[in-house]
Design a protein around this ligand. Structure first.
Ligand code: 2PG
Length: 200
């Protein structure tokens, strides 16, 4: 069956729209965490890791209250980060965002993502299931890496709060993108965190 990696973006953070860098989940974020827990209730997870930031830690905590078999552990490899700097191949509309990111931040993000890929992208002959609760850019980088897409192509791959992305490695096969930003467990009013409102 191989190794399956379940990537979940944290739930909606309280007051994130006011520029608060981190904090607890909003009531909507707490509902999102309960619903992604219900969605994944049948998966026999071998490990659960989460970003140490509060919005991801609380998402993991709510999920483990609903799924007591989970034993979430923090991993610094899952911190929010910026995986690369601006590339001329990116749409120009992305440029203002990258103007506010320092070279040191990019260097740290690049190193973190290299270490994260080495840690989590592990083919397995056995059936293994690992859950990572993390951030939008980390999920985008993992998808880009699994697809062997150009380095800059993580930019613009957006997952919603509590969206579910699944990657799988089977022996002798290319990495498989089983699902990207699947929101089937969320009612329309809880599909938050995307740049544009979701029309479905
Ligand atoms: O700021 C964002 O849009 C993303 C970047 O990864 O972070 P988060 O998933 O923590 O909201």
């Amino acid at each position: 069956m191989g190794h399956t990696l379940y990537l979940v973006r944290h739930g909606e953070q309280l007051d994130a729209e006011h520029g608060v860098a981190d904090g607890p989940l909003s009531p909507r974020g707490q509902r999102q965490a309960r619903l992604i827990a219900d969605r994944l209730g049948g998966v026999p997870f071998d490990s659960v890791r989460h970003s140490p930031l509060q919005r991801a830690e609380q998402t993991a905590q709510i999920m483990s209250e609903h799924l007591p078999a989970l034993d979430p552990q923090p991993s610094a490899l899952l911190f929010d980060c910026v995986p690369t700097g601006y590339s001329p191949q990116m749409p120009h509309t992305f440029e203002p965002f990258f103007n506010s990111v320092t070279d040191d931040e990019v260097e740290a993000g690049r190193a973190q993502m290299a270490d994260a890929v080495a840690e989590f992208f592990t083919p397995s002959r056995d059936s293994t299931h690992d859950l990572l609760i993390t951030h939008n850019f980390v999920i985008a980088w993992f998808v880009r890496e699994a697809m062997d897409a150009p380095e800059w192509r993580w930019a613009g791959l957006n997952a919603a709060h509590a969206g579910l992305t699944i990657l799988r490695w089977k022996t002798g096969r290319l990495p498989e993108l089983v699902a990207f930003n699947d929101l089937g467990h969320l009612p329309v009013e809880l599909r938050t965190g995307m740049n544009d409102p979701q029309p479905y």
